[in-house]
Design a binder for this molecule. Sequence first.
Ligand code: SF4
Length: 256
Amino acid sequence: MTVPALKLAKSFNNDVIRAVTGRQFESQRAEQILTWALDNFQSKLALSASFGGPEGMVLLDMMHKLDASSRVFMLDTGRMHPATYDLVDRVRDRYDKKVEVIFPNHKDVEAMVSEKGHNLFYDSEENRKQCCRLRKVEPLRRHLQGLDAYVSGLRRDQNENRRDTRKVEFDEAAGGIVKLNPLADWKHDDVWDYVEEHQVPVNRLHKQSHPSVGCEPCTRAVKAGEDSRAGRWWWESDDMRECGIHLGEEEGGSGI
Ligand code: SF4
């Protein structure tokens, strides 16, 4: 089977290509999708978890129960909140699980901070995007080169950018690997019901009005009535603000 419209750097077998392009996953439950992915990609599959939202922790719990050797990684920007590091430690203890920690290129960060200062992101949107690119997007891109598939906790109702999220797709901007969003059709309450039922560890800042915890200087508590990501880069007016990790190049992101 040839798929000329896709730029796939990896060579997947026809069953995988058919399954992803055929959209067979849209009616499947999260556990079914993860089971398929674990069977097909094994150690070349990993969960990308921020440890700053409950969705990643739900997926970590699900994947670990399906396969205790399943992989999880986090991007450590160097500006994370202490509560996030505490959660990583709790996960290691609870699941006896290694969490792969991915750092940015230190030379790039040194050059940026030396030139523009530690808190450059408050000065302009351009600076903020540069910081996100060096500390998040490029490390993620580098790490994904060693994988055939990765799992993210995106949900369609988190914001407008995520409204068309598919449950399984090829991520051409990431070299054509498979991206799985098993919780794409979950609602906020579905996530918290799972957390409660399975006693999943989550970031303690969620109890202090932080529904989404990113880097410490770029995250604040949200007020009543604000959407869940209003506390991220709150000084910017653009409702579509994202760090670039989940945006393709054509959408103004940084290619991941
Ligand atoms: S969220 Fe803030 S500190 Fe973190 S990488 Fe982006 S701009 Fe830099």
